[in-house]
Design a protein around this ligand. Structure first.
Ligand code: NAI
Length: 470
């Protein structure tokens, strides 16, 4: 008899592995199929490696500030290989942790490539074997892969994606040109610059991080430029080619002028597309939404019993969104009501300072027809920021004018990514700015700025100069 499961999950990224453990905890016979390393993009080629490298480069930033703080260093050395070894160790420890959780929860893991043959059958092909397993329900969590733009020369050696950059041990290019000033582009620019490399960004839109609040995008641009990173916006890359004396060359059009720049390595970070290659057999073809798998509000595809979550469906491509959807989909399959508010998804960018945002920004709230009130607190008035030599930044909250209900928040400050959860909770639970200002926050902390931003709505923030009355 074939192996048979209540839920078979394809992909073990933050969507798939979390869903699998949840399903097992809810008493389902669960299997996960993975063709690569357990943990998917986030663990192996995404969030965890980048943030581990960033932790190391942050030391470099801080060491440079140390003299002002009364500590001086001589003979500072950067060992890139050691940085990569530590990154690999962190990834491996987390991967072992997930494997341990699978084992402890009774989740069966199949190593190989999955193909859905029918509504209840999945074929697994590995190096030495082909086998079929039965599934009552199938959950697709196959994630996304980098988009390779149709730019001539994109296939040249040292024109790489973030996958290559994070996998490779020898890719500390003296100059890195980044095509695409989105989240990956900006995070990689930050890491590379701190590692002492020359960095240049070419972005097609009129600003980098165009999906973010305008003020944040402007502040991050200024911060990158201050660090010596060259940023071109409204620029279209036309071709990449090799020059025997200058290395890789990139031709682009900026303000109607054809320009050329050179680099040792070029990073393509122009977005990611859903990963469905080879996933469906001849007899199974769920409806698609562009390149994404189409699902209903229960994450069920057009084929009953087959579900999809994470980057493979349309929506925010974020690890924590995939995990939340994975939990919700499993709860739905088990007949429960989803326990997580899937409408409130924080977004984070791990720059210096960090960016975190949740809900609507000012422009979005206005487009949605809200009459709004905005409270804002500049972090240079925040004691913790000053004592820890933090950079310029702010905390901004957007509220509905009449009810005071929180609609959104944007943070540009140290530890923004650790503080955004509080504001997500406030939006989800429909709290007002008065609720936000009604609790005691410890001193000195970055989060005191949330109180000040809430008080600023009525011009009552304590640590801010009164606004001039006209
Ligand atoms: P993205 O969609 O964030 O940014 C791509 C950028 O490339 C856009 O600004 C776009 O205008 C630009 N672009 C597209 N074609 C171009 C061209 N030919 N020339 C110049 N610019 C061009 O995509 P990205 O940065 O690749 O990230 C992929 C996904 O991964 C995103 O959804 C992102 O949210 C997610 N991610 C999230 C992270 C986090 O939460 N911290 C970290 C890394 C990725």
């Amino acid at each position: 008899m074939k192996d048979s499961y209540d839920i078979v999950i394809i992909g073990s990224g933050p969507g798939g592995y979390v869903a699998a453990i949840k399903a097992a905890k809810l008493g389902k016979r669960t299997a996960v199929i993975e063709k690569g390393d357990i943990g998917g993009t986030c663990l192996n080629r995404g969030c965890i490696p980048t943030k581990t490298l960033m932790h190391s480069t942050r030391f470099l930033t801080e060491i440079k500030l140390m003299e002002e703080a009364g500590l001086s260093f001589t003979g500072l050395n950067l060992d890139y290989n050691k940085l990569m070894v530590r990154k690999n160790e962190v990834v491996s420890r987390i991967r072992k942790g997930i494997e341990g959780l699978f084992k402890a929860n009774g989740v069966t893991v199949y190593q190989g490539e999955a193909k859905i043959i029918s509504k209840n059958k999945v074929r697994i092909t590995s190096d030495d074997n082909v086998s079929d397993i039965e599934a009552e329900n199938i959950l697709i969590a196959t994630g996304s892969v980098p988009v390779i733009p149709p730019i001539p020369g994109s296939d040249l050696e040292d024109v790489v994606t973030s996958d290559d950059l994070l996998d490779g041990d020898n890719r500390l290019y003296r100059k890195l040109l980044i095509i695409g000033g989105g989240v990956i582009g900006v995070e990689m620019a930050t890491i590379y610059k701190e590692l002492g490399c020359e960095v240049e960004i070419i972005e097609a839109m009129d600003r980098i991080l165009s999906g973010m609040d305008k003020e944040i995008s402007q502040s991050i641009t200024m911060g990158l430029k201050r660090k010596g990173i060259i940023v071109h916006t409204g620029a279209k890359v036309t071709r990449i080619y090799e020059d025997s004396s200058n290395g890789l060359m990139c031709e682009y059009i900026e303000k109607d002028n054809v320009k050329v720049t050179n680099a040792e390595g070029i990073l393509l970070s122009v977005g990611r597309r859903s990963n469905t290659e080879g996933l469906f057999g001849e007899d199974i073809s769920p409806k698609m939404d562009g390149s994404c798998i189409k699902v209903d509000s229960n994450f069920e595809t057009s084929v009953p019993g087959i579900y999809a979550i994470g980057d493979v469906i349309r929506g925010k491509q974020l690890a924590h969104a995939a995990s939340a959807q994975g939990i919700a989909a499993v709860e739905i399959i088990c007949g429960h009501i989803p326990s997580i508010d899937l409408d409130v998804i924080p977004s984070c960018i791990y720059t210096v300072p960090e960016v975190a945002s949740v809900g609507m920004d000012e422009a979005e709230a206005k487009v949605m027809g809200y009459d709004i009130k905005v409270g804002k607190y500049p972090m240079l008035g925040n004691s913790k920021t000053l004592l820890s030599m933090g950079e310029r930044g702010f905390i901004k909250i957007i509220c509905e004018a009449k009810s005071g209900m929180l609609l959104g928040a944007q943070l540009l400050c140290d530890r923004a990514t650790d503080m955004i959860g509080e504001l997500a909770l406030a939006i989800s639970k429909k709290l007002t700015y008065k609720d936000l200002g009604s609790i005691i926050r410890p001193h000195p902390t970055y989060e005191e700025a949330i109180t000040e931003a809430a008080e600023d709505i009525e011009n009552m923030a304590i640590h801010i100069m009164p606004k001039r009355q006209i």
